[in-house]
Design a binder for this molecule. Structure first.
Ligand SMILES: [Fe+2]
Length: 214
């Protein structure tokens, strides 16, 4: 491989392999998902992925090459992790949260690849390929955002609630290490107190408080 064009072709084969693999993997994830919204999200993205394969077919045509994939160990690793999760996690809520995590790992892989390919296509002055790659890149980003919304909207919380009860029973002996430092200071400014009281309730360790809304 000596030229950027060759590198572009090789990476195109990489994502072609990835998309073809994802088309097979997503329905399995949809089947395993216990949340109807998550199931739907995986099913929708399966259809979308088929369209992404077609876009890659077009790009291969544009460069006058036969569409073919090249085994991508990175993607295979992500798929393996997903299968491991589906085999290991018994709790349905935790499984939902885990499936989103796995799907997002794949999305981020694709976002990285398509971002690179688009930049190379631009450099190689292939405007039609740029458009096609951009269309797929936008879909991957939207899917990633949708998964984040599902996770923060309810799925992560449901997974946590589900594990909290047994965890509380187990964790009776855990000493609070952070406590001694804070409670000693007894003077809190009365002026600020009012403001604090209003906002201290919903503030939690999560930085994304908007996700808590119903
Ligand atoms: Fe994709």
């Amino acid at each position: 491989m000596e030229t950027l064009k060759e590198l572009f072709e090789e990476t195109l084969k990489d994502v072609y392999f990835a998309e073809k693999t994802i088309v097979k993997s997503l329905p399995k994830m949809a089947k395993k998902a216990k949340s109807p919204e998550l199931k739907r999200a995986f099913e929708e993205h399966t259809e979308q992925t088929k369209g992404q394969v077609e876009r890659l077919d077009e790009i291969f045509k544009l460069i006058g090459k036969r569409a073919s994939g090249k085994k991508c160990p990175a993607l295979m690793g992500l798929v393996e992790e997903t299968e491991e999760l589906m085999g290991e996690v018994k709790d349905p809520q935790v499984l939902n949260a885990g499936l989103i995590g796995c799907a997002q790992a794949v999305e981020h892989y694709e976002i990285a690849r398509y971002g690179t390919l688009r930049a190379w296509a631009e450099q190689l002055e292939m405007p039609k390929a740029v458009k096609l790659l951009e269309a797929t890149l936008a879909e991957e980003k939207t899917t990633d955002e949708k998964l984040t919304k599902l996770a923060l909207g309810r799925i992560n919380r449901a997974a946590d609630e589900d594990t909290k009860a047994p965890a509380a029973k187990r964790a009776t002996a855990k000493p609070a290490t952070a406590k001694p430092a804070a409670p000693k200071t007894k003077s809190t400014s009365p002026a600020k107190g009012k403001v604090k009281a209003a906002s201290s309730g919903p503030a939690t360790r999560s930085a994304k408080t908007p996700a808590r809304k119903k």
